[in-house]
Design a protein around this ligand. Structure first.
Ligand code: ZN
Length: 255
């Protein structure tokens, strides 16, 4: 029963995240105009706006103009309930679950906005950082100092790379949005899991980058949306970071 409620809520919350992902970078109000088709701007009545189900019934096309509906919508509507279920199994209904849920929602929004627009909006990262820093007084896993250290590590390391790129190569290899995103991640996860996030995020982005260069003929100037890689990395760090780090360190412990 609890699962059914979580799934239903996750589907609805996912379509709300879709609204934010579409409207925030375009400066459209989140609440005001009702849902509309991005192609023909036709209003979408509620019965064509049912998460996932409408997409399947309409076969991924707008009812009015026949244009394809982006695959992003069902993907977000699917990822949102799945991640909430994972969080629920791990943390059950605790305050930490609530804040993990906010954190994960922010990650999903950031990942998709970065993918489509190559920006990571301050409207998400700055209030997020402040909220999680404040929460560190109640956070059962990290204290205030660790939250500050996480912010310093996450933001500091990326800012250093940003600065070096700018000085030596005279280009923005990274955006300051990435820096602010990692400050937010650090404020919630603390320094150790933040380093872990950076490590696997960089590894994933580098792997995809090398793949694109070798097989798709992209050149080195082709820039990847780093936030899109950092986002699932931060979720992995939140869910399984402690276990993975422990297992890894145990490899070096010889009784
Ligand atoms: Zn349309």
């Amino acid at each position: 029963m609890v699962l059914i409620i979580i799934i239903l809520f996750g589907l609805i919350w996912g379509s709300f995240l879709n609204v934010i992902i579409y409207r925030l970078p375009r400066n459209i109000s989140i609440v005001k105009p009702a849902s509309f088709c991005p192609s023909c701007k036709h209003k979408i009545p509620f019965y064509y706006n049912i998460p996932l189900i409408s997409f399947i019934i309409l076969k991924g096309k707008c009812k009015y103009c026949g244009n394809k509906i982006s695959f992003m919508y069902p993907l977000v509507e699917l990822l949102t309930p799945i991640s909430i279920i994972l969080l629920y199994f791990k943390y059950s209904f605790t305050t930490f679950f609530l804040f993990s849920f906010i954190f994960t929602s922010a990650l999903i929004v950031l990942a998709f906005i970065d993918y489509y627009h190559q920006i990571l909006p301050n409207e998400i990262t700055i209030p997020g950082s402040l909220l999680f820093l404040g929460y560190s007084f109640l956070n059962p896993y990290i204290d205030f100092t660790n939250s500050l250290l996480g912010m310093a590590f996450g933001g500091g390391i990326l800012f250093l790379i940003y600065w070096i790129y700018l000085r030596i190569k005279k280009i923005e290899g990274l955006g300051l949005g990435d820096v602010k995103m990692m400050i937010m991640v650090g404020s919630f996860l603390g320094w150790l899991k933040t380093l872990f996030t950076l490590l696997i995020g960089t590894f994933a982005a580098a792997s995809v980058g090398i793949f694109l260069i070798i097989f798709k003929g992209k050149d080195l100037k082709y820039s990847l949306p780093f936030g899109t890689f950092l986002s699932p990395s931060a979720f992995i760090a939140l869910m399984w970071g402690s276990e993975i780090i422990k297992t890894y360190l145990n490899l070096f412990k010889k009784n």
